[in-house]
Design a protein around this ligand. Structure first.
Ligand code: KG4
Ligand code: ZN
Length: 335
């Protein structure tokens, strides 16, 4: 894949409940970064209603793009290309970004680069001047995916571990619901767990199973953990939720860290990268901190944003005529 010189790319991200636009120079310098979220709307329902998320995307997409251009002092003339998330994600939400980007590409006569949202999460590590070294291993942990990948270079991705059932973020979200904590579940559990950990620094957290942790493979499985939490909640009404939150977080984080560190021993990468919403988790960050060659994006670049879309498009520059671009909710990190 081609890699270019000076380039301002407008990234657009609408795969779930964030509407985001960002202008990034040369894949690394952030000129603007606008994120509007409809998450608050979903607090009432305890989860995303896809139809509502899509409607909110429609309302937000043009104002957000406009703000990303204005705050970076860019115009359609100074933008060199447009990048857009084509999947995976919710079809209604994805379509808003994809169709908007196609229209702008046609009107502004700008190249359009389709971007895989999961690959883009890895590129949070290039923002603001950082430069991870190849070959690298990356752990992508988001609401819908848990993937370990080996990257020989930009565009050369080999997945070698994934979840057999629920994703790590999904496990956080589902467990939070069981505990009666608000959506999105990851930050809610993390906040309660942090309160508990501050007051109980020496307590052992071993209530829940660490699925597949000792198995000689790079697969994950989080649905059993969710069932164990359900049983615990049903059997013990008095247990303080902060302790349970800490137990859940510890179980998820332990498995993620153990498998990722084992992967670095086998693959011996020059860099180890984290990405995706769950990488914002401070306990995960703390427990993996000493890994050699580690890069972890700032929390706001772990969760969904469009800067990673623009960065990914720069390092994997492959424009496609707008007529040939369509949303693909089922995309995997390997496709
Ligand atoms: O990457 P992301 O923003 O969206 C997807 O691509 O899915 O990830 C969202 C996921 C959600 O499951 C959310 O609960 C989780 O990331 N998350 C966290 C934290 N912040 C977001 N999980 C644990 N701790 C956090 N601090
Ligand atoms: Zn994401």
């Amino acid at each position: 894949m081609l890699q270019l010189g000076h380039m301002n790319i407008l990234g657009i991200e609408t795969s779930c409940d964030e509407t985001a636009a960002s202008v990034v120079e040369d894949g690394t310098r952030l000129l603007s970064n606008v994120v509007a979220s409809s998450a608050e709307m979903h607090v009432k329902t305890g989860g995303i209603i896809p139809e509502q998320a899509a409607r909110q995307q429609i309302k937000s997409v043009l104002p957000v793009i406009n703000e990303a251009l204005t705050t970076s002092h860019q115009t359609p003339n100074t933008v060199d290309a447009i990048a857009v998330t084509v999947g995976p994600g919710l079809i209604g939400s994805l379509l808003v970004g994809v169709e908007t980007a196609k229209t702008l590409s046609f009107l502004w006569k700008k190249p359009l680069i389709p971007v895989n949202h999961l690959v883009a999460h890895v590129y949070a590590n290039w923002l603001n001047g950082a430069s991870p070294k190849f070959p690298l291993v990356a752990l992508v942990v988001s609401g819908g995916h848990t993937d370990l990948v080996y990257m020989k270079d930009h565009g050369k991705i080999k997945p070698f571990g994934t979840t057999r059932d629920d994703a790590a973020g999904e496990c956080f979200d589902k467990c939070a619901r069981l505990l009666g904590l608000p959506y999105p579940g990851g930050p809610s559990i993390a906040a309660d767990a942090a309160k508990y950990l501050i007051q109980n620094t020496k307590r052992k957290l071993d209530l829940f199973p660490r699925p597949l942790i000792d198995q000689d493979n790079y697969d994950f499985s989080f649905s059993g953990l969710k069932t164990a939490v359900l049983r615990e909640v049903a059997s013990n009404k008095e247990r303080p939720s902060a302790k349970l939150a800490a137990e859940i977080q510890e179980a998820i984080v332990d498995v993620l860290v153990a498998k990722t560190l084992r992967a670095t021993k086998e693959y011996r990468p020059k860099s180890l990268l984290l990405g995706g919403g769950v990488a914002a988790n401070s306990r995960l960050r703390e427990k993996i901190e000493s890994a050699p060659g580690l890069f972890i994006p700032r929390p706001k670049f772990c969760t969904d944003n469009a800067a990673v879309i623009a960065s990914c498009a720069f390092y994997n520059y492959g424009p496609v005529p707008w007529q040939k671009i369509s949303a693909n909710p089922e995309l995997t990190i390997a496709s």
